[in-house]
Ligand binder design. Structure first.
Ligand SMILES: [Zn+2]
Length: 471
């Protein structure tokens, strides 16, 4: 089964053929660390986490790089607002980024390079562009000259003439063209800066991703990803400066995810309709957030409100109940391997359609729908209660498929279940025990306490409630 990916660069689904056989080099434009990330950002981190893990599931060795933009106008402004150094802002929100990703069950990247630790690489890239005649210095700033790169606009489908016509005339504009973008920005008074051949300043944002992606993945690599609003100008500019400074052709597959709207509106600070991932995770499980986004194709725009997560949460409970019933049955029934009549039903009806969905441009809604078909199928089998040898084998295959799919979707909350169910069970036993005590059936009530103590739990009867803890 070949994997096809919609490539923004070619505007079609291309078969995925990596630069190096068996390996994937994958760059994702990471966060600008000036605030907690919002639910729209969470969509990107989740979608690309699933894509990365799916590639690993397909047995590729994936090198997954997610940068941290830790110097930027937004960080500088934020630092000014709260009266601390920009580095403190960046450190605080970098930490928050990793914490929130962990809560969302997003696997760590292979490496998270920071912009401020790659200033030298960026300056080298800029120097090469100046030497080759693609960039020019102007009063302490360095600009990329868009007219020198004839393929400009290939990714976004924009035409240079139309772009120029769209610009208002700027006063004191000394750039050679209004489209020329900054590779190096002269430092303003009191602003954070680095020394450079062009004076004190800091890198432009676009050059950061070119320098870091090529440092870790090479001049030609496989996948470059981000949100749709990065196509222009960020990714268009990255392509221009990268291809002009090297012999490589930069990223081969460009993947972009659609917008997230809150109701009918685009989410924005000025509209005050931003939910941070943090506040959403106070109310909802990470599995429900993951499921909600995976039920939409990554390229589609998504309308978000808290109501949709209530539905997702219910759906997660359905999967969870099914999975744990399966587990329980399989722990209690044995089957004889040699007498099995294997009809490959689970593979044919569920696994292959799920993988076909994922191989068709990561069509997770199709795959997720099949997982719910599997839930229904398993629940029906369990309800019938006919646990013959063949039926148990079928259930075993079903559980294996849940486990396998969970390696990239991560929507079955398998790890926390034990702890949670133990707590529920003890609470239930103590409730029964209190009922017994009310009825003065002390012998049985004491027996429950003693048995729990043997299992390692201390029971304390207070005036109003009974508490328990592990010894
Ligand atoms: Zn970027």
């Amino acid at each position: 089964m070949a994997l096809y990916i919609y490539n923004t660069l070619t505007k079609r689904k291309d078969e995925f053929i990596p630069v190096k056989e068996g390996e994937v080099s994958f760059y994702l434009c990471g966060p600008t660390v000036y605030d907690y990330f919002h639910i729209g950002n969470a969509r990107a981190w989740i979608v690309f986490d699933v894509i990365r893990r799916y590639l690993e599931y397909l047995d590729y060795k994936v090198k997954f790089i997610v940068n941290l933009t830790d110097v930027d106008d937004k960080i500088i402004n934020r630092a000014r607002e709260i009266g601390i150094h920009p580095n403190e802002v960046a450190e605080k929100y970098s930490r928050a980024f990793f914490e929130d990703c962990k809560k969302l069950k997003i696997n760590e990247a292979t490496f998270n390079p920071k912009a401020t630790e790659h200033i030298k690489e960026m300056q080298d890239l800029i120097s090469v562009l100046i030497e080759k005649g693609y960039a020019y210095e102007l009063n302490g700033n360095v600009y990329f000259e868009v007219n020198k790169y004839s393929d400009y606009g290939q990714l976004s489908g924009k035409k240079v003439d139309e772009l120029i016509a769209g610009y208002r005339v700027e006063i004191d504009e000394r750039k050679r063209s209004p489209l020329d973008f900054a590779l190096w920005k002269k430092a303003k008074e009191g602003e954070i800066y680095w020394e450079s051949p062009w004076g004190k300043g800091r890198p432009g944002w676009h050059v950061e991703c070119s320098a870091m992606s090529m440092k870790y993945l090479g001049e030609s690599f496989d996948i470059h990803a981000g949100a749709e609003d990065l196509i222009f100008p960020h990714h268009e500019n990255e392509i221009a400066q990268s291809r002009c400074s090297t012999k490589g052709d930069f990223a081969h597959y460009w993947i972009h995810i659609g917008f997230l709207k809150i109701g009918q509106e685009k989410m924005s600070k000025s509209l005050g309709n931003i939910f941070t991932a943090r506040e959403i995770l106070d109310e909802f499980s990470p599995e429900s957030v993951r499921l909600f986004f995976l039920q939409k194709h990554y390229k589609s725009p998504v309308e978000f409100n808290k109501g949709v997560l209530i539905d997702a949460e219910n759906a997660i409970q359905r999967i969870k109940r099914c999975y744990f019933s399966l587990k329980e049955i399989l722990e209690n029934y044995e089957f004889k391997e040699d007498t099995i009549n294997n009809n490959n039903k689970i593979d044919l009806d569920f696994k292959i359609p799920i993988l076909n969905g994922m191989n068709d441009d990561f069509n997770s809604p199709i795959a997720i729908a099949k997982i719910f078909d599997l839930v229904k199928f398993v629940n029906e089998k369990i309800e019938l209660g006919n646990f013959s040898n063949d039926e148990i084998y079928l259930l075993k295959e079903a559980k294996n498929l849940f486990d396998e799919m969970n390696t990239f979707f991560d929507i079955v909350p398998v790890k926390f279940e034990k702890l949670e169910s133990t707590k529920q069970l003890i609470d239930l036993l103590l409730k029964v025990r209190n009922e017994l005590r009310k009825k003065k059936e002390y012998e049985l009530a004491d027996k429950i306490r003693d048995e729990l103590e043997k299992l390692g739990y201390v029971i304390e009867d207070g005036l109003y409630e009974t508490k328990w803890m592990e010894k």
